[in-house]
Design a protein around this ligand. Sequence first.
Ligand code: FE
Length: 145
Amino acid sequence: MNPYYSNTDTTKLFVLDEEWKRVLPQTMYEVSRLGQTERPFTGKYWDSDEKGTYYCAPCGNLLFRSTGKFASSCGWPSFFEQAGDSSVRYKKDHSYNMERIEVICGRCNGHLGHLFDDGPAPSHKRFCMNSVVLDFVPDKSPITK
Ligand code: FE
């Protein structure tokens, strides 16, 4: 049971790692709070083109729409644009002797993945995300009477 999850509450969260460890599944915690990376081609969403919305799995913050997702061969779900202004924030990441831009959730500051500049035009952005910290909600099919 994760009391911090909400798709509507946009209040920023300041939750201790030990509390996240208590409420999140272990692999979600390891990516979100410890910055680990899931192995490529293993996550739920890298190969999905279903229509819907992607939220931060630890906190429920709106992150991406399927309309901003593209088919990438990298093995992780990849997007060329974020869904809203407060969806994500960026941090410089110098780990592993690389200059990378870390993408973190705009609400819970959890690690989501990295931003690269080899995405499709016109944005050329590639938000390279970890499936395990994404929560996908499919669009409702139209009601037919
Ligand atoms: Fe979050």
